[in-house]
Design a binder for this molecule. Structure first.
Ligand SMILES: [Zn+2]
Length: 473
């Protein structure tokens, strides 16, 4: 551990290093503050102050602390940056653990569920996002993406409905405008009822960026563009979406290298492996982050890393669908930003980002030995790695002055942690299961003492049950 220094904001710095400005929130007395900042400072007895939604100070026990409107006692706790979820399909929690789709691999699973998802509408998008983002916040997530690629005809504005849910809850949200344009009749996997034509998809993508995309460093809402996958989207849509993202200066996301079935599909349809196809359509750039990345060859890992293409590692989903073990250590070594994703709630079923961090640690050890992946590596992927995937390095995913005021207070006491005395970060990820005690976004508590702060969850769960039952009927 390195001793922590006080880092007050420039305009509130007083002679002697004390902070004069009153903070909105002070989290103080933590067993450990794991900043995951540029120097990876870990501060025993540390504190974090947030003012106007932004971190205004980080320090240790001997550093002068600012006065604050509210102080949270973090004794017995680990404080980390808020976790960043880089891949999800929130709407899929409407078909969680769906009995007829429990044993298929990716393609069988999709073909079973597409007809149900064709019933998606604005109410379903809102309530699934509300419940799904609440679930994420309880696991310490403060920023989530979503990949909503099913847009049935006449379903309405599903992305705006999701954004409304994120706003109501106070979570930072980066939905991607997903799309499918290649149906069964054109050699793709999805049925005709859930695909759209290219012009409609691109027009809608541009409209959503213009309506919602906030370029400010403290943005609560950003939009990215996200054709679903090589087996559900035309080549022309991949190319035109990349061109549109360049023109609008927004990020690009898709699924790639998820299964060996996908390798076979790409070889048969395009005569190319998935990463070669990515090159062909102009997607091997640092504007892109990819979900899964399980099956790239060693040479392809090098090419992705050299281009700065990010990867959303989804360890639970990759296991539950039998997809495989992603070469995470190799991707990181090659220079690719690697974040974590809970993936869709109908494949991974659980949507705890803490659990994905633990799974990432365990899979890393399984793949290359016990010393190859630590809790710190997993924490880094869950925070800074995710920020890098979203093009938000310095804005989120670290506790540093000027970054967004997003943090999590994790209790390290009670039965689960008895005896875990020597390393709070390893203890946090090895012991458990763990949920957040407090989840803070932009200085506001969205989870307090393990409970969502916004009233009305029971009512939303009742709506969710009704909508889910209708979808599964
Ligand atoms: Zn996915």
């Amino acid at each position: 551990m390195t001793p922590g220094g006080s880092t007050p904001t420039g305009d509130s710095r007083l002679p002697g290093g004390a902070t004069g400005a009153r903070a909105d929130l002070l989290v103080a007395g933590a067993d450990l503050v794991a900043t995951v900042d540029d120097t990876r400072r870990e501060i025993a007895g540390g504190w974090v102050a947030v003012t106007d939604g932004v971190i205004s100070g980080v320090g240790g026990p001997s550093d002068p602390r600012p006065e604050a409107a509210r102080t949270i006692d973090a004794r017995g706790c680990l404080v980390t940056p808020g976790l960043v979820n880089t891949h999800h399909h929130l709407y899929q929690n409407l078909t969680r653990a769906f009995a007829p789709a429990l044993t298929g691999g990716l393609f069988d699973w999709l073909v079973t569920l597409y007809p149900l998802w064709a019933r998606l509408d604005e109410e379903a998008a809102y309530v699934s996002a509300y419940v799904g983002l609440t679930e994420l916040a309880l696991s310490g997530c403060t920023t989530s993406t979503d990949h909503l690629y099913v847009h049935p005809r006449g379903a309405g504005d599903l992305i705006s409905a999701e954004i409304a849910a994120a706003r109501d809850l106070g979570l930072r949200f980066s939905p991607t405008r997903g799309s499918m344009s290649l149906s069964v009749k054109d050699g793709g996997l999805p049925p005709d009822s859930v695909v759209q034509d290219d012009d409609e998809i691109l027009a809608e993508s541009q409209r959503l960026v213009e309506a919602h995309h906030d370029r400010a460093p403290t943005a609560m809402t950003r939009i990215a563009l996200a054709p679903c996958s090589p087996f559900s989207v035309s080549t022309s849509l991949m190319i035109r979406t990349a061109e549109l993202a360049e023109r609008l200066d927004v990020r690009l996301h898709t699924h790639l290298c998820e299964t060996q079935d996908e390798d076979a599909f790409c070889l048969e349809q395009f005569g190319r492996r998935p990463v070669d196809y990515l090159d062909d359509v102009g997607w091997r750039t640092d504007r892109v982050w990819l979900a899964h990345v399980v099956w790239p060859s060693a040479a392809e890992v090098g090419r992705l890393g050299a281009a700065g293409v990010g990867a959303a590692h989804c360890p639970s989903s990759n296991m539950i669908l039998g997809s495989g073990l992603s070469p995470v250590a190799e991707l990181r070594a090659a220079g690719a930003p690697v974040g974590l994703g809970v993936d869709g709630s109908a494949s991974a079923d659980s949507a705890s980002l803490w659990l994905e961090a633990r799974m990432a640690m365990l899979q890393g050890k399984l793949r290359h030995g016990a010393g190859s992946m630590t809790a710190r590596d997993a924490l880094e992927m869950a925070t800074r790695g995710g920020a890098a995937c979203l093009g938000r390095t310095g804005e989120i995913g670290e506790l540093a002055v000027g970054a967004c005021g997003d943090l999590v207070v994790w209790g390290l006491e009670g039965v689960r942690f008895a005896g875990a005395l020597s390393d709070p970060i390893e203890g946090w990820l090895r012991c458990g299961p763990v949920a957040a005690r407090h989840t803070v976004v932009a200085g506001r508590l969205v989870v307090e003492d393990g409970v969502p702060t916004r009233p009305g969850l029971d009512e939303q769960l009742a709506v969710h049950r009704r909508v889910s039952a209708a979808m599964q009927a």
